[in-house]
Write a protein that binds this ligand. Structure first.
Ligand code: NAD
Ligand code: IPM
Ligand code: MN
Length: 361
């Protein structure tokens, strides 16, 4: 059977709690897909920094990069923890991995699963994917501050957008839109104000659109997009957007889908030059860490994205079916299940899927 080498970074807070459940589910589907996951744990994050002073060493990075794929829980301590001020775990670890491994597509799907209560009264049939650019924009660290701490301080954070970087993520988004029934792509930006980058994004989308005559293209300013996320999220199919807008929109997307604990993501390098990395959209949730109350569904659905990317779509579908079953059966009472109980319930549903396949009807 095929061996897939998986780097596992449980991280901080609820990261290890949700990763444990994601791995349970992965191990439950692997035999049916005739694959074996060979896992290497990496102890990285705020805890490692506080213990050793390391955020991500060159050796860690090289070793992680030698794997076939990466599963990450969440990293980052309690926001504002003074001991972490100089570490910047998010930049030094998470963004460093995304940049070094050229994860230029940050894929963030949103569906409202049957039976799940959205905070929206009438959300309709919600099934969209945010294709968030992952290696550019205001995230690149092109900035600086002078006269810090004085009344004359100036702090700059430059959004970097390259023709190369925008075109490759836009092409990915068009391919994805073209593969879906509705074939619709919405560019989200703020080109009424951010004119230089907005212009590049708009021109790129319009140019690539000529190669995809079947894909219907429209445009929304990001502020207006947040209106439609709440009033009519069913209108979206594929959204392509820059790194920061995509970050903000996908927490909102998680909330409307029934909770951030359901939102999965993949940081993809579509060329295969580097391993892709899968992680829930949420963070380390220090407010609920250590209590076994985090929802592991986002991490489990991130494993489904990992299986898709590894060319194992049947195994991915099995996970989504089990998750769908678990979500449909959730009641007010089952809301009090522990993180591990949710993982166990999904594993149980996976095995009953096999039984029902084997049972002649
Ligand atoms: P967060 O996503 O950790 O938490 C926001 C809120 O959502 C909290 O109330 C939390 O309890 C809740 N929540 C998150 N995940 C949940 C789950 N699975 N089940 C139930 N509730 C859940 O965002 P934050 O508080 O802004 O950030 C906390 C730390 O995580 C910070 O250090 C931040 O930088 C970091 N962070 C890391 C990642 C990552 O590693 N990918 C992503 C986002 C934030
Ligand atoms: C996310 C997170 C990260 C981001 C942070 C922790 C760097 O919020 O994955 O959505 O902004 O991309
Ligand atoms: Mn985020």
């Amino acid at each position: 059977s095929r061996v897939i080498r998986l780097a596992v970074i449980p991280g901080d807070g609820i990261g290890p709690e949700v990763v444990a459940e994601a791995l349970k589910v992965l191990d439950a589907v692997a035999p049916g897909a005739d694959v074996t996951f060979e896992k290497t744990p990496f102890e990285l994050g705020a805890a490692r920094f506080l213990a050793t002073g390391d955020v991500l060493t060159d050796d860690d990075l090289a070793s992680i990069a030698s794997h076939d794929a990466i599963l990450l829980g969440a990293v980052g301590g309690v926001p504002g923890d003074p001991r972490l001020k100089d570490a910047n775990i998010e930049r030094g670890l998470l963004l460093k991995l995304r940049f070094a491994l050229d994860h230029y597509v940050n894929l963030r799907p949103t569906t409202i699963f049957p039976g799940v209560t959205s905070p929206l009264a009438n959300p309709g049939e919600v099934d969209f994917v945010v294709v968030r650019e992952g290696t550019e924009g205001p995230y690149v660290g092109n900035g600086g501050a002078i006269r810090v701490g004085t009344p004359h301080e100036i702090a700059n954070e430059v959004s970097v957008n390259t023709a190369f970087g925008v075109e490759r993520v836009v092409r990915f988004a068009f391919d994805l839109a073209n593969s879906r029934p509705r074939k619709k792509l919405t560019l989200v930006h703020k080109n009424n104000v951010l004119v230089f980058s907005g212009n590049l994004w708009m021109r790129t989308v319009n140019a690539v659109a000529t190669e995809y005559p079947d894909v219907a293209v429209d445009y929304l300013h990001v502020d207006a997009a947040t209106i439609f996320f709440v009033t009519n999220p069913a209108k979206f199919d594929i959204i392509v957007t820059d790194n920061l807008f995509g970050d903000i929109l996908t927490d909102l997307a998680g909330a409307i889908s029934g909770g951030i604990g359901l939102a999965s993501s993949g940081n993809i390098n579509p060329t295969g030059a580097f391993p892709s990395m899968f992680e829930p959209v949420h963070g380390s949730a220090p407010d609920i860490a250590g209590q076994q109350i985090a929802d592991p569904t986002a991490a489990i659905l991130s494993v489904a994205l990992l299986l898709d990317q590894q060319g194992l779509p049947e195994a991915a579908t099995r996970i989504r079916t089990a998750v769908t079953g678990d979500l449909a059966g959730r009641t007010a009472a089952s809301g009090s299940r522990t993180t591990a109980e949710v993982g166990d319930a999904i594993v149980t549903l996976l095995s009953s899927e096999l039984v029902s396949e084997e049972t002649p009807s």
